[in-house]
Design a protein around this ligand. Structure first.
Ligand code: SAH
Length: 396
C-alpha cells in the first residue's frame, strides 16, 4: 500500500506545478519529510493540506523528487513493465521498431515517457540503459527483466551504462555491465546508412540518435555543395551529405577518436570515396581560415551549458561560433546550427544565433526550425524536455 512510503509534504503554494503534472519537486518546495528517507527511495508527495499529489524517487539535490505517477499506485514490477510496454508501442507506431532500414531508436526518453531518470537506446538488438537517478539505478534488474519481456526476441543484450559521475556523490559503486547477453554487433542502420556504434566507450549511449531527422534534412540540401560538418563525432551528418550528392565533405572534431570513428563510418558506406576528408581541430580555430570554402556548414556542438548558472557563457559561446560561421560561409550558403543544452530555451538560442548573424552583417533567413524526433518525445507538462533546438538558415 502507498502508506508504506515516506511522505514528502510541500510548502503551501508549492503544489501548483505538480497539479499541472510537472514531474519534479525541487528541494526548496519541501516543508517536511515525515519519516526516514534514503537516496533512491520511493516517496509519496502530499500538499500542505494532505492531498496526494504524486509518487516518485527521492534524491538529495536540487531536484528532490522525480515523480513517475500522479496516481496512487504502487511501483510494482508490472507497473514498470507497463510503462516500458507503452514506450515500445509508441516507437512501433512511429514505425521504428521493425524496419529493415532503421534498427536504431530511443526506446525510453525519461520524462517524455513518464520514466524520469531513465534512458534506453536500442541498437540493433542491444538495449543500452542509462540511469540518471539513483531510484532507477536501484531497480535496474527489474527494469532489464521487464524490458526483455516487452521486447522478446528483438533484444539479445542489455547493457547498463549509467552516468558514473552522478552517483559518486551518493557513494554508490557503479560498474558498467551487461545485464543480459554479451557484447553484440555494433553495426546499426539509419535510413539505410550504416554506423558503427560503441556503447561501451562512446559518448552518451554511443550515438546521437536525436539528430536522425535533421541528418535526413541535410541530405536534401547537400547536392553539389561543399559541406563542413563541424563537431562531427561519429560523422553522421557527413555521410548523409555524401548520400545527398555533396561535391566535397569535410568532417572536423577536436577528438582524434571521433575522427577515426567518422572515417570508419564513411568507409562503411562510401568505400574509397575521395569526396570526404576529416581533420582533428578546434572549432573556433578551424572556422577562422575557411573564407568562402563551404556553402553548407553544420554546427552541432556539445551542450555549452550543463547548468543554469553557466547560461550566460553558453549564450556567448553560441553567438561567437555562429558569428564565425556566418562570416565565413559562401554567399547563398546554408547553415544547420544546433543547441542540445537543456537550459538554453528555443528563444534564447535563436537570439544568440541572430546576434551572431548581426555581427557578421549577413542577410539571413530561417528555412526550418528543428527539434528532436518522436522517439525523444516531449512531455507537454515538462517543457524542459525539449532540449534539442536547431535552425536551418539561408545566408545571402
Ligand atoms: N554532430 C554529432 C554530435 C556532436 S557531439 C552527431 O550527429 O552525432 C559534440 C562533438 O563535439 C564531440 O564529438 C566532441 O569531441 C566535439 N567537440 C567538443 N569541443 C570541441 C571543439 N572545441 N572543437 C571541435 N570539436 C569539439
Amino acid at each position: 500500500m502507498i502508506e508504506q512510503y515516506t511522505r514528502i509534504i510541500l510548502k503551501s503554494g508549492k503544489d501548483q506545478s505538480l497539479r499541472r503534472f510537472h514531474p519534479w519537486v525541487f528541494s526548496g518546495a519541501i516543508k517536511k519529510i515525515k519519516g526516514p528517507v534514503n537516496e533512491g527511495d520511493v516517496v509519496a508527495v502530499y500538499s500542505n493540506h494532505d492531498e496526494f499529489l504524486g509518487i516518485g524517487h527521492y534524491q538529495g539535490g536540487s531536484i528532490a523528487v522525480r515523480v513517475f505517477s500522479f496516481e496512487e499506485v504502487e511501483p510494482t514490477y508490472d507497473f514498470w513493465k507497463n510503462k516500458l510496454q507503452k514506450a515500445f508501442e509508441l516507437r512501433q507506431m512511429l514505425e521504428l521498431t521493425d524496419s529493415e532500414d532503421n534498427n536504431v531508436f530511443r526506446l525510453v526518453h525519461a520524462e517524455g515517457d513518464g520514466l524520469p531518470g531513465l534512458i534506453i537506446d536500442f541498437y540493433n538488438g542491444t538495449a543500452v540503459m542509462q540511469m540518471h537517478s539513483i531510484g532507477m539505478y536501484l531497480i535496474k534488474d527489474q527494469l532489464a527483466k521487464a524490458l526483455k519481456e516487452v521486447l522478446g526476441d528483438r533484444v539479445i543484450a542489455i547493457y547498463d551504462k549509467s552516468e558514473k559521475k552522478l552517483f559518486s556523490k551518493a557513494g554508490i559503486e557503479i560498474q558498467d555491465e551487461y545485464l543480459l547477453g554479451k557484447p553484440a554487433n555494433g553495426e546499426v542502420k539509419e535510413y539505410g546508412l550504416k554506423f558503427k556504434v560503441n556503447w561501451e566507450e562512446g559518448q552518451k549511449t554511443g550515438f546521437f540518435i536525436d539528430q536522425r531527422e535533421n541528418r535526413k534534412l541535410l541530405e536534401h540540401y547537400s547536392k553539389d555543395r561543399s559541406v563542413l560538418n563541424m563537431f562531427c563525432y561519429t560523422g553522421g551528418f557527413s555521410f548523409y551529405a555524401m548520400n545527398g550528392g555533396a561535391k566535397l565533405v569535410h568532417s572536423v572534431d577536436a577528438s582524434g577518436k571521433a575522427i577515426d570513428l567518422t572515417r570508419e563510418n564513411v568507409e562503411l558506406n562510401f568505400p574509397g570515396d575521395k569526396r570526404h576528408d576529416a581533420f582533428v581541430a578546434d572549432a573556433f580555430e578551424y572556422l577562422k581560415e575557411i573564407k568562402d570554402k563551404y556553402d553548407l556548414i553544420v554546427l552541432d556542438p556539445p551542450a555549452f551549458a550543463k547548468h543554469r548558472h553557466s547560461l550566460p557563457q553558453a549564450l556567448q559561446g553560441y553567438k561567437r561560433i555562429n558569428a564565425r560561421a556566418f562570416e565565413q560561409i559562401k554567399p547563398g550558403g546554408i547553415l544547420f546550427t544546433y543547441s542540445c543544452s537543456q537550459v538554453v530555451s528555443k528563444e534564447k538560442f535563436r537570439e544568440a544565433v541572430f546576434s551572431g548573424a548581426a555581427i557578421a552583417g549577413r542577410n539571413v533567413r530561417i528555412l526550418h526550425q528543428m527539434t528532436q524526433p518522436g522517439d525523444h518525445p516531449i512531455n507537454i507538462y515538462h517543457p524542459e524536455g525539449e532540449y534539442l533546438k536547431g535552425l536551418v538558415l539561408y545566408v545571402e
